[in-house]
Design a protein around this ligand. Structure first.
Ligand code: ADP
Ligand code: MG
Length: 479
């Protein structure tokens, strides 16, 4: 059903709120007529704000929106051939189903016999034929959401915007509705722009996915592109489950990460800083002496179809998915086929590391406190009187199951020979002169490589402490 014509184009779309917060930044996207495009990203990344600008509920502070080539940036919502379905169905409880669906048409002074036909047609479409006379209260959550969709479709929009429409439904209902929505899209031939924070939902439903973080597009592509060739560590981490390591190319088709040297298929120059991504299902557990690296099994969880096995290798952690179990405490080897190692040139050489939440709900790395507030890091979270932390939906956050991915730029880390002042210490393993500074690889005592820019010349193998100012870090909640 997709054509080659762009139905909608977003050009440098930007939204800065009155309080100065930049919610969406330089967002560029072209959507083809009939396409199913999904905005995917964690809570707070700007999905709803982008959708609201497309619908006309919010005005961008910069940029343009074109509909069929025409600038509609400032057109009021009711003049756009666009309808939105929200997570909260917002049906009128005092009206029956017929009146709920007819509401928009009534306002446009549509004739009653036409309304009747249209309502019947959309009720058929959402599989609720004959529900006209029912009251809203008699419907299940799934049925109510179908009515909300019918109410949007009755206006015959060219574009249907769906903002986490299945978010309030239970898992089984959500799966069913995913299939139905997809079918509806294929039958109707209208363009869907769908918002979700659920990667599986995005992967199963979409023609193309826009992965977002902090108001910016991280990657734009088909579900296969995004799963198989994530463009950066954020996308790799967000889509599916991944082990992500900082590393360096040590020779032709050889990369060092996670405390070992692996053969890979990406031909990248020796000495280049890399991010290596390994999917849990691609790690093979071997006898210790046959592995590329070794580690100690720290936990085994049965997941129905497979075991999820966590292995500590030095201070690196590898998550493995296997049909065979393992015993906590056992030493094992690990091997990965070269073409299952996805090597990316480290983007801006951002350093990533994983911090833990301790039992006092403070953030910790290398047994040292990171002086920051978790309620700021975890969107919508708050602290109760007894000190525990609740997430945005009011559920208690389990410190043992929650990790925070921290990133920091090489120029923001300070090297010191007073090693105890550093957050972590390590040895200089590699240095490259970059014109106005040196770029160092520090292999830490936690067996992780950090990239640090410094204007001064240090020596290979110098033992240094790495000072990392908390205000230079960015944080990302990991499931
Ligand atoms: P998402 O839908 O991806 O969860 P939103 O688009 O709703 O994210 O919000 C993006 C960010 O913009 C959030 O950090 C949110 O707190 C902020 N934000 C949303 N609306 C406003 C507003 N009216 N004023 C200031 N900040 C806002
Ligand atoms: Mg939202």
């Amino acid at each position: 059903m997709t054509t080659n014509e762009n139905i909608i184009e977003l050009k440098h779309l930007t939204k800065k709120f009155e309080d100065g917060f930049l919610a969406v930044s330089d967002f560029n996207l072209e959507v083809k007529k009939g396409e199913f495009v999904t905005f995917l990203g964690p809570s707070g990344c700007g999905k709803t704000t982008t959708l609201r600008m497309i619908a006309g509920f919010d005005l961008p502070t910069e940029g343009q929106i074109l509909l069929n080539g025409r600038d509609i940036t400032k057109l009021p919502p009711y003049q756009r051939p666009i309808n939105t379905v929200f997570q909260r169905y917002a049906l009128f409880p005092h009206m029956n189903i017929y009146e709920n669906i007819a509401f928009g048409l009534r306002q446009k002074k549509t004739k009653e016999d036409v309304i009747k036909k249209k309502v019947k047609k959309v009720l058929d479409l959402v599989d609720l034929e004959g529900f006209e006379g029912r009251s809203v209260q008699t419907l299940s959550g799934g049925q109510q959401q179908r009515i909300a969709i019918a109410r949007a479709l009755v206006n015959e929009p060219e574009i249907l915007l769906l903002d986490e429409p299945l978010g309030a439904l239970d898992l089984k209902m959500r799966k069913e509705m995913q299939l139905e929505l997809k079918q509806m899209h294929d039958e109707l031939g209208i363009t869907f722009i769908y918002v979700t924070h659920d990667q599986e939902e995005a992967l199963t439903m979409s023609d193309r996915i826009v992965v977002m973080s902090e108001g910016r597009i991280q990657q734009l592509g088909t579900p296969e592109d995004i799963y198989n060739e994530p463009k950066n560590a954020f996308v790799a981490d967000f889509i599916g489950e991944s082990n992500i390591f900082n590393g360096i190319m040590t020779g032709k088709l050889r990369a060092r990460f996670c405390g070992g040297e692996f053969e890979c298929v990406d031909d990248i120059d020796e000495g280049t800083h890399i991010t290596a991504v390994v999917r849990p299902e691609d790690v093979e557990i071997t006898p210790p002496e046959e592995g590329t690296i070794r580690g100690i099994v720290s936990s085994v969880i049965f997941k129905g179809m497979h075991y999820e096995i966590t292995i500590e290798s030095g201070k690196n952690e590898m998550v493995v998915r296997s049909v065979h179990s393992a015993r906590p405490g056992d030493t094992v080897g690990m091997r990965v086929e070269p073409d299952n190692i996805h090597v990316m040139i480290a983007e801006n050489h951002t350093n990533y590391f994983t911090a833990e939440i301790n039992s006092d709900f403070r953030l910790e790395y290398n047994d040292k406190l990171l002086d920051t507030s978790l309620t700021k890091i975890i969107k919508g979270s708050r602290r109760t009187e007894d000190g525990t932390l609740l997430d945005g939906s009011g559920d208690a956050i389990d410190p043992r199951k929650t990790r925070i991915l921290v990133s920091i730029q090489p120029q923001d880390i300070i090297m010191t020979d007073h090693v105890e002042e550093g957050l972590v210490e390590g040895n200089i393993r590699n240095l490259i002169y970059k014109g106005d500074h040196y770029s160092y690889v520090i292999h830490t005592d936690l067996e992780q490589d950090f990239i640090v820019d410094d204007e001064y010349l240090w020596n290979m193998d110098d033992h240094v402490g790495l000072i990392m100012p908390v205000e230079k870090m960015t944080f990302q909640l990991k499931k």
